[in-house]
Design a protein around this ligand. Structure first.
Ligand code: ATP
Ligand code: MG
Length: 583
């Protein structure tokens, strides 16, 4: 491809609304343009990178025995009503009506459509297992589309669905996908980690997320210092404190009510009473599927809503409105506490740590008052004691003896779920087993964000000059710069190198524009092509060209006749051995 004929609108300046590196650089490198909030056009350079990732995904899905299909984005509401998700999915679902006023949606995911397909075609255990996948556009009206293509409203997903006759079969399908994902992200050259994850709105029993480690990631992940435990912080369990098993001493005196005028927040109360936040008991009132609950956590901790949801087995969890809090506690917001709450028609959940506290402070369920010298085991009772808080660095590992949890940030590029029979039961996707008995199929679902993977690769691979594409997903493997276009010898040599690279099967871009060398260098760095061949008068006088590696900045002077051989070697080497890693 000749740059003079290519569509590559690069930009010198960053746009002010682009805060993360991938968004900034994808715009500047002319890969994408925004049409409207969270909706992007892919220009030729961007599309080439996206296609590279899609191709790796396709190869690995095929290798794992999954079969490619292409399912409709336009989906009738009836199917979503059958699964129960028409009402549950919320405003992220893009809903529309056809000319006959029938309800439809644009698929944010395809469990319903694929289950409908399979229930009509598969009758017997002999037709199972089956793994179907597609690479297709998804629509999600995200609350906060941001970070460019990382969180957009229209994006490409590889989604796969497995159907099995037995639990063991379903485990095997899950493992196959897990391994395929590890290969995919290794091949794309990413540093990633598979972590235990929440199952969220899609539901199901078990899941892993594939996280690319990056400061700009929206997800927080914990991992153990000693063992292989790693989880999304939404999921992360907290181990029991190790070592001392002596029961905590009782509080120093009888409970006492004190005046705390207008002191509502943890900070205000602690400052006013001169105590550490770790001595305060926070009382949070939620509504879980319509039922009020109180959740107690230490003042310096955060409640983990995913954990609360799991303990309650509820689909919907919301903070209670002021009115309800006042009705339950009998006090204005900011003065709720667990003492005397029992019996007020709500469920009280306490985080494990709360019941270990001594000499605590908490709201008195009376305006402008708190209680001090509270002893949780003496002064109030709760319905359940559970692990309910967000894990923090240094917490004990839930799986091993000595390890503690570390915290880092990640970008979720892939997600795999064991769904079980949630959809097959709801939608009647059954098969006849060996004994002729009708049974629901056991399902799994597996997603990868194609554009998000490209963006994540850029987050991990860039410098102040621009993108540094891993070879396997680079839009071109090599760029040839004709540095003095006015000179016939340089022009001819550039054409020769370009032609030879093309005929050896290298994906090559020739910068044959009427621009100064400085501009060509800058653009080549910005668009991140892994190898650059500088064809200039000086080295050419010795019959040589300069080969520059975008990642290390190293250069090699190479005989013009050997350049395509050398480039081929490097491309092969780097495609096979890109430094992706899984831990
Ligand atoms: P997130 O928590 O980031 O919203 P999710 O859990 O909703 O992701 P899944 O439903 O598991 O995502 O979708 C599978 C994959 O699709 C994700 O791992 C991610 O790579 C990609 N993806 C999801 N939402 C978006 C989006 N809004 N824009 C781009 N890619 C997305
Ligand atoms: Mg989402």
């Amino acid at each position: 491809m000749r740059l003079s004929q290519f569509f590559l609108p690069t930009e010198k300046e960053d746009r002010s609304d682009a805060v993360v590196a991938s968004h900034r650089l994808m715009l500047r490198a002319g890969m994408i343009r925004q049409l409207t909030s969270g909706v992007y056009s892919y220009l030729p350079l961007g599309l080439r990178a996206v296609r590279k990732v899609a191709q790796i995904v396709r190869e690995e899905m095929d290798r794992a025995g999954a079969l490619e299909v292409f399912l409709p984005a336009l989906q009738p509401a009836d199917l979503w009503k059958e699964s129960g998700r028409w009402d549950h999915f919320g405003p992220e679902l893009v809903r529309l009506k056809d000319r006959n006023q029938r309800d439809f949606c644009l698929g944010p995911t395809h469990e319903e459509v694929v289950t409908d397909l399979v229930r009509k075609e598969v009758r017997s255990y002999r037709q199972l297992p089956l793994i179907l996948y597609q690479i297709q556009t998804k629509f999600r009206d995200e609350r906060r589309p941001r970070f460019g293509v990382m969180r957009s409203r229209e994006f490409t997903m590889k989604d796969a669905y497995s159907f099995d006759a037995t639990e063991e079969g379903a485990e095997l399908s899950y493992m196959k996908m897990y391994e395929a994902y590890a290969r995919i992200f290794q091949r794309t050259g990413l540093r990633f980690r598979a972590v235990e994850a929440e199952t969220g709105a899609i539901g199901g029993s078990f899941s892993h997320e594939f996280m690319v480690l990056a400061e700009s990631g929206e997800d927080v992940v914990v991992s153990c210092t000693d063992c292989t435990y790693a989880a999304n912080v939404e999921r992360a369990e907290i181990g029991h404190p190790k070592g001392k098993n002596t029961p905590p001493p009782s509080s120093t005196g009888p409970m006492k009510k004190v005046l705390t005028p207008e002191m509502r927040t943890v900070e205000e109360v602690c400052n006013f009473l001169g105590v550490e936040p770790s001595r305060l008991i926070k009382t949070l009132i939620y509504v879980a599927d319509g039922r009020p609950i109180a959740v107690l956590v230490r003042g310096d901790r955060e409640a983990n809503e995913a954990k609360i949801r799991r303990v309650m087995g509820c689909a919907e969890l919301m903070m209670a409105e002021q009115e309800l809090v006042e009705k339950i506690t009998g006090a204005p917001m900011g003065f709720a506490g667990p003492v005397g709450l029992k019996g007020r028609d709500l469920i009280i959940l306490a985080d494990r740590e709360v019941m270990e506290m001594v000499d605590a402070v908490t709201g008195a369920n009376e305006g402008d008052h708190h209680l001090v010298h509270v002893d949780p085991r003496r002064d109030f009772s709760v319905d359940r004691i559970e692990d309910l808080r967000v894990a923090v660095a240094g917490d004990p590992c839930p799986r091993c003896e000595h390890g503690t949890l570390q915290i880092w940030r990640g970008i979720e590029v892939g997600h795999i779920f064991k769904l079980g029979t949630k959809y097959s039961e709801a939608m009647g996707a059954t098969f006849q087993d060996e004994k002729g008995q009708e049974r629901p199929m056991i399902m799994g679902c597996y997603g990868i964000g194609i554009e998000r993977t490209v963006a994540a690769a850029i987050e991990q691979n860039h410098d102040e000059d621009g993108i540094i594409f891993p070879m396997a997903i680079a839009p071109f493997q090599t760029i040839v710069l004709c540095l003095q276009k006015e000179r016939t010898d340089v022009r001819e040599a550039s054409e020769r190198v370009y032609g030879e690279l093309l005929s050896s099967g290298i994906e090559v871009l020739l910068d044959d524009r009427d621009e100064r060398p400085g501009i060509k260098f800058k653009d080549a760095d910005l668009i991140g092509i892994p190898l650059r061949v500088n064809v200039g008068a000086k080295s050419l006088s010795q019959g040589k060209v300069e080969l520059r590696h975008r990642d290390t900045g190293q250069t090699e002077l190479i005989e013009i006749g050997s350049i395509s051989q050398r480039v081929k070697e490097i491309v092969r080497d780097k495609t096979e051995r890109d430094p992706g890693s899984c831990s």
